[in-house]
Design a protein around this ligand. Structure first.
Ligand code: ACM
Ligand code: ZN
Length: 555
């Protein structure tokens, strides 16, 4: 082969090769970075002539088309029509369901100067393609205001994209502090913008029961309120209580509205009802469900409560099954989170009913009693066609069949579960708990729990442990960031603690590990900051760009 034809071939090959995640245009940036992205010269501009054609057009596919039409309408006022069809003509956006796209959440996006074509296996892929287009459009699309003269252009490009993990989640504790419905919806919006698909809603705690249960009204009449605001919050004022009652809850109508809102953004909400521990708000409402009979008080301080649901009392199982029945009516999710963490055994050791249960069931110790408890609940939940998920303590005393484990005390629980054939979501606190500080010097920061989880540490976390075989690795469904709200009293601080660390979780959940690059992520974040400003979220803007993490030993 002549040397020039060899060079020509290399140039051609390089030119046609999809570029990796590190590629970005100055004015636009994508988080999470797509699997392959190849920018070409030029752009496509939306105009009043643009049409969106969808094939087939149905309730699910229409969501993405309507969203794109709305984004364009915000700054321009253009009323872009959406109709059924797949015939490309100049100026059209085509959205086509195509079986040849392998991943149910994946999509192929081609932007030319003449139009846009999206192919996806399901409506979910179409939705993620629209999130990509959204991040490529000018920030004005984020504001419900006319901004005449703004060029609504998307750079011409070819993107082939799909997620690395099936589970890409964020958690929110509304037990310690609750947040308005509007704030929960903003949280869901941020997940959707970054192609996350799960919102884990931690609804019950020692410090407050937050979901209306029709059969047990005292849960919210009594259990949703504590006598003092927050002891921890007052730390800077010498740990004094402020004497103001605190509380509230979400009605079933509000819950259904939020579930629907999330569903229209292809986000599944996993509800969490804590048991056997973290239940003093429920026990204050119904003290007969405890080992001692109470009385109790909804907890004002943080920490772990000794009084837990009695494992020897049949009424407890009737109560929890009734609660879960109402919860399952509100939440269509495959998974129901049953908590399972931090359950002291002190009361069970002294309780005649718990001890009788152990004797009757041949249980050797209280760990096995906990396992008995979770197994019974698992049996009930699976009889309704759902699966339980629980914090890694549910491994103690033997894991219930069909249970999925959320590994929070480290990766060990998740590794053990995966090795025994159970599915796992990785949430090790050291990397994924956003209740901890995000910068080293934090005198000027909102009060946080004592740990240090800066952005680079979150970004660098790989949920696939090397100690797992290829077969075992398949049990790692993905990862999740967690927001415990002991010291997060307002929606503004909630956003400050959540972002941008949530976006690092989103990228790890989506982008192939070998295409991740922290410096490049930071550069894209800098571009996207303008979008976050336009949306009006209160994200952390501190020293993360300079923070260097001491690298840990390779796992
Ligand atoms: C937990 O952080 N107690 C799950
Ligand atoms: Zn008991």
């Amino acid at each position: 082969m002549k040397i020039f034809s060899l060079i020509a071939m290399i140039v051609l090959l390089l030119g046609s090769m999809p570029r990796t995640a590190s590629c970005q245009k100055k004015e636009s940036a994508l988080i999470p970075a797509p699997v392959s992205l190849f920018y070409q010269k030029g752009s496509f501009s939306f105009s009043d002539k643009t049409r969106i054609l969808v094939s087939p057009l149905n309730n699910e596919t229409r969501l993405s088309a309507d969203l794109l039409a709305l984004l364009v309408k915000n700054p321009s006022g253009y009323q872009i029509p959406v109709s059924d069809g797949k015939k490309q003509f100049a100026g059209s956006v085509l959205m086509i369901l195509d079986e040849s796209v392998k991943n149910p959440e994946g999509y192929n996006l081609t932007v030319t100067s003449k139009g846009i074509t999206i192919r996806a296996k399901t409506a979910v892929g179409l939705f993620y393609a629209v999130q990509t287009i959204r991040q490529l459009l000018p920030v004005e699309v984020e504001k419900p205001l006319l901004a005449k003269g703004v060029q609504l252009s998307v750079p011409t490009c070819i993107i082939v994209d799909e997620p690395r993990f099936a589970y890409r989640g964020m958690h929110l504790d509304v037990g310690r502090h609750l947040f308005p419905v509007a704030s929960i919806k903003r949280y869901i919006d941020m997940l959707a913008l970054h192609k996350m698909n799960t919102f884990h809603w931690h609804l019950t705690e020692d410090q407050g029961w937050r979901i209306e249960i029709k059969k047990y009204p005292k849960l919210t009449q009594i259990g949703a309120y504590r006598k003092e605001t927050v002891a921890g919050l007052m730390k800077r004022a010498n740990n004094t209580f402020d004497g103001k009652p605190y509380g509230g809850f979400y009605t079933q109508d509000e819950v259904r509205d939020i579930v629907k809102y999330a569903g229209s953004r292809f986000i599944t909400i996993i509800p969490e009802i804590e048991m056997p521990g973290h239940g003093i708000a429920a026990l204050t409402s119904y003290p007969e469900l405890s080992c001692t009979g109470g009385p109790f008080e909804v907890r004002k301080l943080w920490g772990v409560e000794d009084d837990v649901f009695c494992a020897g009392n049949e009424q407890v199982f009737t109560f929890l099954q009734d609660v879960l029945t109402e919860v399952m009516e509100m939440f269509p999710s495959k998974y129901i989170h049953i908590g399972g963490d931090e359950c002291p055994k002190k009361r069970w050791e002294k309780c005649p009913k718990c001890q009788k249960r152990m004797k009757d069931e041949g249980l050797k110790n209280e760990m096995e009693l906990q396992s008995y408890f979770i197994r019974r609940i698992e049996k009930f939940v699976s009889s309704k066609g759902r699966n339980i998920i629980g914090w890694d303590e549910i491994l103690e005393g033997g894991l219930a069949p069909g249970a999925t484990v959320m590994s929070w005390r480290g990766e060990e629980g998740g590794i053990e579960a995966a090795k025994s054939g159970h599915d796992v979501v990785m949430t090790p606190g050291k990397y994924t708990y956003f209740c901890y500080y995000q910068c080293e010097k934090h005198d000027d920061q909102p009060l946080a729990l004592g740990g240090y989880v800066p952005l680079e540490l979150v970004y660098g976390y790989n949920p696939i442990s090397k100690v797992l075989s290829a077969e075992e690795q398949k049990h790692i469904l993905g990862l999740q960031g967690c927001l415990w709200t002991e010291i997060i009293p307002t929606p503004e601080i909630l956003e400050y603690m959540a972002y941008p660390r949530t976006f690092a979780i989103a990228e790890t959940g989506w982008t192939p590990e070998n295409q991740k690059n922290f410096e490049n992520f930071l550069a894209r974040l800098k571009v996207l900051d303008k979008r976050y400003d336009a949306i009006g979220i209160n994200y952390f803007k501190g020293e993360y760009r300079d923070t260097k993490i001491k690298k840990e030993d390779e796992k």
